[in-house]
Design a protein around this ligand. Structure first.
Ligand code: UD1
Length: 362
């Protein structure tokens, strides 16, 4: 049996690393890594492969940026060549980025089985490109590996059978525990300095592409930074927009410190000790829940409700006043304790690989 594992963007590399490690642990060697090149900058790609101990990809498709149609189409054209050449039995796709969608469509048209890791999440917000990617990917995938129970319910409502849905837990948390362990070993000598700070990440088009929305969020963060210094590693899309909206000057005069996109370990080292994290990322909502760090999600909805029900996540919307109100409550001590959701135990990749290899063991 031959398996292709696809990754394209930063959060994907984090999700494929435990799978690759588990293949090796199971002495399964007939797998290939395809990197679509959706993210290509050093900070967005190569450094992640190094830190996550991922081997060089077998194929690099070099698709780069573009409109959604351009990027998706380029991945499809290049990935079709790989499928034609390699004829795998299974393609594993992860997450909800354009590369996930593109490779799923191509593989299915080759009658290759598709396994989707992080299936079933739904924000019900069709203006989000990721929601479209998730719905289309799940609708034609064969194995649906689900990270939280809401995903199982969503897939059942969409007519998926029990024999396709596998609640396996959250693979991002496999990487988190593995890397945290390495970090703790390396840092055992260090004495940590306990100055309070907050972290922010922003990259969703709905937050950073529209000037009014972006400005409101930045003004709220500047206000909060008068209370607690804020560190802001800036995604390239966000950086471009902050510059063109003239918001960089406001930030530079504030108590917000801008950094380039950070490697996984450097970022982990920062956020794990943060007083509070502000984000519009999907993965960070989950990671903060796993480590019990308070998280304010700057969005109107989340496809990861377990982080709110069980975890430390609060949806604060995208309006300046709402963000500031929620921060005020937090400052007064209304902070969620949270608990770790079911099966977020670092063994998700083990469950997935076991299921896949068992399914094909003849
Ligand atoms: C993508 C995913 C998003 C994910 C995010 C994580 C889609 C639809 N979106 O968003 O779900 O949360 O990755 O980071 O797939 N750029 C660079 N260098 C790079 C990559 C991108 O400078 O290595 C810039 C380009 O200007 C590009 C922009 O960032 O136009 C956006 O990149 P793109 O991959 O299209 O989407 P993301 O916003 O990163």
């Amino acid at each position: 049996m031959k398996i292709i594992v696809v990754a394209g963007a930063r959060p994907n590399f984090i999700k494929i690393a435990p799978l690759v490690r588990e293949f090796k642990r199971s002495n399964f060697s007939d797998f290939l890594i395809v990197h679509t090149g959706q993210h290509y900058d050093y900070e967005m790609s190569k450094v992640f492969f190094d830190e996550l101990e991922l081997q060089e990809p077998d194929y690099f498709l070099n698709v780069g940026s573009g409109t959604h149609a351009e990027q998706t189409a380029k991945v499809m054209i290049e990935f079709e060549k790989v499928c034609f050449q390699e004829k795998p039995d299974i393609t594993i796709v992860v997450g909800d980025v354009n590369s996930t969608l593109a490779c799923t469509i191509v593989a299915k048209k080759f009658n290759i089985k598709v396994a989707h890791v992080e299936a079933g999440l739904r924000s019900r917000d069709m203006t989000m490109p990721e929601e479209i990617n998730r719905i289309v990917t799940d609708s034609i995938s064969d194995f649906l590996f689900v990270s939280e129970k809401s995903g199982v319910d969503n897939l059942k409502k969409e007519g998926k059978g029990d024999n396709q849905i596998f609640f396996v837990g959250n693979i991002m948390i496999d990487t988190l525990y593995y890397q945290l362990n390495k970090l703790n070993k390396n840092n055992s000598e260090k004495i940590s300095v306990k100055e309070k700070y907050g972290i922010v990440t922003l990259h969703r088009p709905s937050n950073v592409d529209i000037k009014e929305t972006c400005q409101g969020i930045i003004e709220a963060l500047i206000e909060i930074s008068k209370d607690i210094p804020i560190i802001f590693p800036v995604h390239p899309r966000t950086k471009n927009n902050l510059e063109s909206f003239g918001l960089m000057i406001l930030i530079e005069q504030s108590n917000i410190k801008l950094l380039p996109p950070l490697p996984y370990m450097e970022f982990l080292e920062l956020w794990k000790d943060a007083e509070i994290v502000f984000t519009d990322s999907g993965g960070i909502q989950e990671e903060t829940t796993a480590l019990g760090v308070p998280c304010f999600t700057i969005r109107e909805n989340t496809e990861r409700p377990v982080t709110i029900i069980d975890g430390t996540n609060t949806l604060v919307g995208t309006q300046k006043e709402m963000i500031l109100n929620e921060y005020l409550k937090f400052k007064k001590g209304y902070s969620k304790k949270g608990r770790i959701p079911e099966c977020w135990d670092g063994k998700t990749a083990r469950r997935i690989v076991h299921l896949l290899l068992k399914e094909y063991a003849v």
